[in-house]
Design a protein around this ligand. Structure first.
Ligand SMILES: [Zn+2]
Ligand SMILES: [Zn+2]
Length: 277
């Protein structure tokens, strides 16, 4: 039954990939929830493995409590961030410097700055040199959740559909069926939740399926030799190996991936929380 008009029609109802709601595209348009370009996105993705998020689930800012929201807005104000306007990489970095000093009482290192610049480009998939207000807001909202909520409470935010998808990924990784996978496999999974609708994927559906199905990605990475990225700093090589080889069960997998599953909810092409490489 359509969430908006409450009428059930067998055809042309579009499901949300996160919650159980379904919608008519006409009703969404009438209510102003869809702009013209997002109508096309809806009809192209909702019935594919990529899926589409409804307006409740797309807006991850709604996951914050009133208090969290208030303090985020205060920080924006103090840093002279103007709501509804785009941000360049300079604005983004100076905001990050401010937050680092103000909230964590530490100076950002060059390495941290590099990471934030990487996050900026992940928020700017079309490489326009600036990021949309909504993408910035969603990114900062996810950061708030990451910093101030426990992993258990993040897991509780996942919907049945999200848990189901995570379960399928875990099962595909656990090839010997002993209920355990490696830390490396769990980390790699963090990248697979982001199923983005890009210009490229529009023109090539085959590639889209390959890119967007976590199960398929896993089976590919299992076949070929797994190319481990070279350890960035030689000193951490051993602990990195330990981390890669540690055993991870289903609950631990869910905890390590929950924040990225939530970050992957918005339909926008931006990646709102870049997993560690
Ligand atoms: Zn309807
Ligand atoms: Zn939804």
């Amino acid at each position: 039954m359509c969430e908006i008009c409450e009428v059930w029609t067998a055809e042309d109802l579009y499901p949300c990939r996160v919650c159980t709601r379904v919608f008519h595209d006409g009703c969404l348009r009438e209510m102003g929830y869809l702009r013209n370009d997002s109508v096309q996105e809806l009809t192209e993705t909702a019935h594919t493995s990529m899926g589409w998020s409804c307006y409740y689930c797309d807006n991850i800012n709604l996951l914050l409590t009133e208090e969290e929201m208030y303090s985020l807005m205060e920080t924006f104000k103090q840093c002279k961030i103007i709501p509804e306007s785009c941000l360049g990489s300079d604005d983004f970095l100076s905001y990050k410097h401010f937050v680092s000093r103000q909230l964590f009482d530490e100076q950002m290192t060059e390495e941290m700055e590099e990471l934030e610049l990487g996050q900026f480009s992940a928020l700017d998939p079309e490489k326009r040199g600036q990021i949309e207000w909504a993408d910035f807001l969603y990114h900062e909202s996810i950061r708030v959740l990451e910093k101030f909520r426990s992993q258990n409470s993040l897991v509780r935010l996942l919907t049945a559909k999200e848990r189901e998808r995570a379960r399928a990924s875990f099962t595909a990784l656990d090839q010997d069926k002993d209920g355990l996978i490696t830390g490396g496999e769990s980390k790699k999974a963090q990248h697979t939740w982001f199923r983005k609708h890009t210009k490229e994927s529009q023109s090539c559906n085959v590639r889209l399926v390959g890119l967007c199905s976590p199960v398929l990605n896993f089976s590919i990475s299992h076949v070929g030799p797994i190319s481990e990225s070279s350890p960035a700093s030689s000193g951490s090589g051993k602990s990195r190996d330990q981390d890669e080889n540690r055993q991870v069960d289903w609950l631990e997998f869910l905890k390590e991936n929950a924040i990225y599953i939530l970050a992957a909810r918005p339909n926008s092409g931006a990646v709102h929380l870049r997993p560690p490489l």
